[in-house]
Design a protein around this ligand. Structure first.
Ligand SMILES: NC(=O)N[C@@H](O)C(=O)O
Ligand code: NI
Length: 166
């Protein structure tokens, strides 16, 4: 019997061990452009390491995941952070794990609103993009360059995620 993981709302506090939530946080806002524009400043930092590495911006178009969904694996990027900012106006799931001696611990599942992005700190365990209900686009900031930037771990016993209520 697979263990069903609880789904929690995405908040900055709950996500702190894994990175940052990219959202219009009033505490980070400063007015610019003569008062016309609110700048929510430095919500997260893109990090890339290694000779020849560069920060790049991508669009990922994720197909919806089937539910109940088996979380059989997690991945991490040892050479960069990775951010996902939704472009299609839909909520999505964020699945992350603490590191336990080089392996991912029990995954933690967050339901992200359509106005929340996430930035996974470099080398943080996460599940690949998890889109809900319809294909959804995301602006993704990560790394291009030499070196192996993908580490995957497959659980001996997958976990399950039930269809989130939106
Ligand atoms: N492979 C790839 O670029 N995507 C993953 O890193 C992901 O987190 O979705
Ligand atoms: Ni990734």
């Amino acid at each position: 019997m697979l263990k069903t993981l609880p789904v929690r709302p995405l908040t900055q506090a709950a996500f702190k061990p894994f990175g940052q939530v990219i959202e219009a946080d009033a505490s980070r806002m400063k007015l610019i452009n003569g008062g016309n524009t609110e700048r929510f400043h430095a919500l997260a930092e893109a990090e890339v390491v290694g000779d020849g590495a560069r920060v790049i911006l991508n669009i990922f178009r994720g197909q919806p995941r089937p539910f109940p969904y088996d979380v059989a694996m997690m991945e991490r990027h040892p050479l960069c952070s990775q951010s996902f900012s939704p472009l299609s106006g839909r909520p999505y799931l964020v699945v992350v794990s603490e590191d336990e001696d080089g392996k991912p611990g029990e995954p933690q599942v967050f339901l992200a609103r359509a106005d929340q992005g996430v930035n996974y700190r470099r080398n943080v365990w996460h599940h690949p993009l998890m889109t809900i209900g319809e294909p959804s686009d995301f602006l993704v900031v990560d790394r291009d360059g030499p070196g192996n930037n993908l580490e995957e771990f497959f659980f001996s016993q997958p976990y399950s995620i039930s269809e989130p209520s939106l």
